[in-house]
Each structure stands twice: as structure tokens, then as C-alpha cells.
Design a binder for this molecule. Structure first.
Ligand code: SF4
Ligand code: SF4
Ligand code: SF4
Length: 317
């Protein structure tokens, strides 16, 4: 039997629950693998895992936010043949990646400043806070499984890949980015397909009476579909909520924020841009209140914007 370890890093728990909820399909994987560590599912201690000499497949969920998580991610990955980054935090940094614009201490102060209780981590011997990272900042995984949390589609593909590895003994064309290589718009039930999408302005959800059959962008609501890899069954859109981009960019190394800004540039007020001219368009764009939270909610950590900022600070090599 091959050895499979599932490691929770800095997670909210959603990825863990999503993987456990795969249910009976996991039995197919268990024909080939023995689970040597997975705190949500089996009773094994970390010391048991540390005693295992080699791991065949390691699934790492969440990001890395403490010195302890960093050491663990490096140590366990170095003895794993196949490494999987599961979930958008692990692949792109996810929502906690927005912390990357501040130091760990600044983030801590914002949260703990509201409390009277300041924890003196040093004196208690607690793990030290470090600048937040995605798992992909620590190692180069073989399989990238995005989604916040990953959808059934991505998890099915992951289980197939693990079984294929067990049978063939190798992973081809690494790194494999799961999901389908197309934008979410391609198969969206709201995509008008026959006409070019025009955006009548920029509105917030409470300002519009939504038509649940019409593309969000055509109603002035930002939807990250054009810049997001097809990783789900249009789950949010089917509940009448726009895509916020948890699938990340279409390709590994892409930048969903830049793609989305470019998409908006080609459809926003296209009918009236000649009369509005630059000041009119600027007024409309100024309605956006949170550029980073809108365009890089899940992927800031891997964005060109972040890389440029770090280069300017001399932080990236
Ligand atoms: S990707 Fe989403 S569900 Fe998974 S740990 Fe991060 S925040 Fe939670
Ligand atoms: S922008 Fe959103 S609603 Fe419109 S087609 Fe794309 S995914 Fe669907
Ligand atoms: S619709 Fe967008 S935000 Fe929602 S699950 Fe799919 S990729 Fe993620």
C-alpha cells in the first residue's frame, strides 16, 4: 500500500471538510493508499507521521502563517514523492493572502487590538507568526487543486490523479492545475453567447433588482467569471451570486486581476464612452471601493501586483 498524508496548515477547515465529504469515492483511493495522517479523519499523532520515512502522496491544505507550519511543510514535503496543494489558500494564498500587504504584527494588532488580552507568544513558547505564505511559496507541488473550498469536480479530478499515480508510478506534465482550462463564462448558463456583453455601469448588489437569467456584467455587477478558471459547477452563479474568483486565473502563472481589469475595460459603457469621455469613465470606475479585495480577493499573493511591490522593496529574488 502507498502512504497518503493529509496536512492542515493555516486553514479555516473548509478544505478539510470538503475532502472528507467526498465520502464513498475515497474508498477507491483507499484500494491503493493507506492514510498515515489526517487529523479530521483518523487518530494518529504528528509524531507518528514524523516517524514515517517516506510519504507517497502528501495533500497540504491552507497557507503557512507560523514558524511551526513553515518547518512542518518543508520537512514533510521533502520526504513526499507527490505533493498536492489543496484549496485556494494553499495554491494562491487565498483570502488570508490579503494579509501580505501588512506585516504579521500589524495584522495581529488589528485583530487583537479589540481585545484586552495580549498573548505573549515568546514567553509561552507559542509558534512565532511569520509573513503569511501560500504552500506554493514554500515548495513546488505536483498537483494544484484550487477552490475555496475545492468543488466536487476538482476533488474528483484529484482522486483520479492519485489513483493514476498509484497505477503508473509517475505524474506526467507537472504541475497539473486541476479544473477545466477555460473561463467560467464559457459554459455559464447566463452567457448570452450570441451577443457581445456590454456593462451598463458599475453597481453594487443592493442597487440592482437582479434578473437571475442574465449575465451579471450585463447588469453592472462585477462577476470574475471571465478571469476565473472553470473549477466548479457555477455554484455561486446558480444561487444568483456573482463569481468572486476563488478558482484563480485560467492558467498557472496567470493574473486574474489583470485579466478582469482588461475585460472590464473592453465592455464598460461601450455604447456611451465617446460621449462620456475620460472624466465620465473615471467617475464610473471610481465607484469601485476595494480594488484589491475585488480583483485579488484570493490570488493577491501570486499576483503581478504583489511581485512588483516586493521587487520595489527588494524582497523578491
Ligand atoms: S481555501 Fe477556502 S475553504 Fe480552504 S482553507 Fe482556505 S479559506 Fe478555507
Ligand atoms: S460574467 Fe459571470 S454571469 Fe456573466 S457569463 Fe461570465 S460567469 Fe456567467
Ligand atoms: S462561481 Fe467563482 S467564486 Fe463561486 S465557487 Fe465557482 S469559481 Fe469559486
Amino acid at each position: 500500500m502507498l502512504k497518503l498524508a493529509v496536512i492542515p496548515g493555516a486553514i479555516c477547515g473548509g478544505c478539510d471538510v470538503a475532502l472528507a465529504s467526498v465520502g464513498e469515492k475515497l474508498l477507491d483511493v483507499l484500494k491503493y493508499y493507506e492514510i498515515v495522517y489526517w487529523p479530521i479523519a483518523i487518530d494518529r499523532k504528528l509524531s507518528d507521521l514524523e516517524a514515517v520515512e517516506e510519504i507517497d502522496a502528501l495533500i497540504y491544505m491552507g497557507g503557512v502563517s507560523t514558524s511551526e507550519e513553515y518547518e512542518l511543510a518543508r520537512k514533510l514535503s521533502s520526504k513526499s514523492r507527490v505533493k498536492v496543494a489543496l484549496g485556494t489558500c494553499s495554491v494562491y494564498g487565498g483570502i488570508p493572502g490579503l494579509n501580505s500587504l501588512s506585516s504579521p504584527l500589524e495584522v495581529y494588532k488589528v485583530n487583537m487590538g479589540k481585545s484586552d488580552h495580549w498573548i505573549q507568544g515568546d514567553s509561552l513558547g507559542l509558534p512565532q507568526l511569520i509573513p503569511y505564505m501560500a504552500y506554493t511559496d514554500v515548495v513546488e507541488p505536483d498537483i494544484l487543486a484550487p477552490g475555496c473550498p475545492p468543488s466536487g469536480k476538482v476533488l474528483d479530478q484529484l482522486l483520479e490523479q492519485l489513483i493514476e499515480y498509484a497505477v503508473k508510478g509517475e505524474i506526467e506534465h507537472k504541475p497539473i492545475l486541476l479544473g477545466d482550462p477555460e473561463s467560467l463564462c464559457n459554459k455559464c448558463p447566463r452567457n448570452p453567447k450570441t451577443t457581445k456583453i456590454k456593462m451598463p455601469g458599475i453597481y453594487r448588489l443592493h442597487e440592482v433588482e437582479l434578473d437571475d437569467k442574465k449575465c451579471f456584467l450585463e447588469q453592472g455587477i462585477l462577476c470574475m467569471g471571465p478571469a476565473t478558471r472553470n473549477i466548479c459547477d457555477h455554484s455561486c452563479i446558480k444561487t444568483n451570486y456573482p463569481c468572486t474568483g476563488c478558482g484563480g486565473p485560467l492558467e498557472w502563472g496567470g493574473d486574474s486581476g489583470v485579466s478582469m481589469i482588461s475585460s472590464i475595460g473592453s465592455i464598460l459603457l461601450v455604447d456611451s464612452e465617446k460621449s462620456l469621455l475620460e472624466p465620465g469613465l473615471t467617475r464610473e470606475i471610481d465607484k469601485l471601493r476595494d480594488y484589491i479585495g475585488t480583483f485579488y480577493r484570493y490570488t493577491l499573493r501570486k499576483s503581478m501586483l504583489y511581485k512588483l511591490r516586493e521587487l520595489k522593496k527588494g524582497g523578491l529574488k
